[in-house]
Design a protein around this ligand. Structure first.
Ligand SMILES: *Cc1c(COP(=O)(O)O)cnc(C)c1O
Length: 347
């Protein structure tokens, strides 16, 4: 297996397993947008319960879940507070401005985690000159923070600060189940305190497509109208819902394996001279600039050794563990990195 590509580009690189495909093939289906797909209906009920919310809606992507949430919470000109590293701010094509007409003000979090004091300092006094601060958006785990899990007390305090300031609370839970598994807490410990919260099925859970957004019945009713408007309403989506249900049954506890592999990788990389690592759960960011490489040239050299990592910026690479890589692969990744550093001294 020496030649098999070890693909750590993202946990989106998983392919549906044979068992997941079998579950998809056997799915009972109906017309999703009429509420007649029994598999989607049971998925939504299950996600609502998992997240401690009244109702849920199935969506094609997490990006749509974030954007629909802002469309429901905000009016054009409103302000959303989110960490400076957040996906909703950096990686959704400016959609909050383009779609909801909302402006995002970045909060100065540390590794994706901000505090109640940050929230209190940012919420504006009512004034005709100022935007209305309408939403505080959280991300757990914090992807570009290096997979950070929000400590429950820090989260609770920041949520309270948001509510005291009259803001809605939104949680981007693309990897909320990673947080839950890592912290040994139910997902609802974070999610039940939110006005809108979603999980992604196409990341560590190993599905090909899908996310589910949860909230109150009134919130989900409004979210449904935006889903319809945006062309996100589906027909026999139970094929996808069956993959998600399969993942909730079989692929949640095993996220701990991804975390163990990421820890081994982070420790191995941190032991290499000049490599600086920031890592938690299944995400490993590492900075190689002190070795003389920039991130793109380091990533390109790793690829020639059968390992794909993402060059995230000029100075940071990202490696993400998932269902389709093994703990034992990590030693090979560290060896490849050592080999690059020893044999290909950068200028
Ligand atoms: C991947 C990701 C998203 C977007 O989810 P998609 O399903 O790819 O649209 C949003 N937030 C975070 C933190 C993510 O990692």
């Amino acid at each position: 297996m020496q030649n098999r590509l070890i693909d750590l580009y993202s946990d989106t690189q998983t392919r549906p397993s044979a068992a997941m495909r079998a579950a998809m093939a056997a799915a009972e289906v109906g017309d999703e947008q009429r509420g007649e797909d029994p598999t989607i209906n049971s998925l939504c009920a299950r996600v609502a319960e998992l997240l401690g919310q009244e109702d849920a809606v199935f969506l094609p992507s997490g990006t749509m879940a974030n954007e629909i949430s802002l469309l429901v919470h905000c009016r054009p000109g409103d302000e959303v507070l989110a960490d400076r590293s957040s996906h909703i701010l950096n990686s959704e094509g400016g959609a909050p401005a383009a779609l909801a007409g909302a402006q995002i003000t970045p909060l100065p979090g540390v590794r994706g985690v901000f505090t109640a004091a940050d929230v209190r300092a940012a919420i504006r006094e009512p004034s005709r000159y100022a935007p209305v601060t309408r939403v505080v958006s959280f991300e757990n785990t914090a992807n570009f923070g290096g997979g950070t899990v929000w400590p429950l007390d820090v989260f609770g305090d920041a949520v309270k600060a948001a509510r005291d300031g009259g803001c809605a609370v939104h949680l981007d839970g693309a990897r909320l189940l990673n947080a839950a598994v890592a912290a040994g807490q139910p997902a609802a410990a974070w999610a039940s305190h939110c006005d809108s919260v979603w999980i992604d099925f196409s990341k560590g859970l190993g599905c090909p497509v899908g996310a589910a957004l949860a909230g109150s019945k009134a919130f989900i009713e409004q979210a449904w109208r935006w889903k319809q408007r945006m062309g996100g309403a589906m027909r026999q989506a139970g094929i996808l819902g069956a993959a998600a249900l399969y993942a909730l049954d079989h692929n949640v506890d095993r996220l701990a394996d991804d975390h163990r592999a990421a820890k081994a990788l982070a420790d191995g990389l941190a032991a290499l001279p000049g490599v600086r690592v920031e890592s938690a759960t299944n995400i490993v960011f590492f900075d190689v600039t002190q070795t003389g490489f920039d991130a793109p040239s380091f990533a390109a050299r790793m690829l020639t050794r059968g390992v794909r990592v993402a060059a995230f910026s000029a100075d940071r690479c990202r490696a993400v563990t998932h269902h389709d890589v093994a703990f034992d692969d990590m030693a090979r990744v560290v060896e490849a990195a050592r080999d690059v550093l020893q044999k290909e001294r950068a200028a």
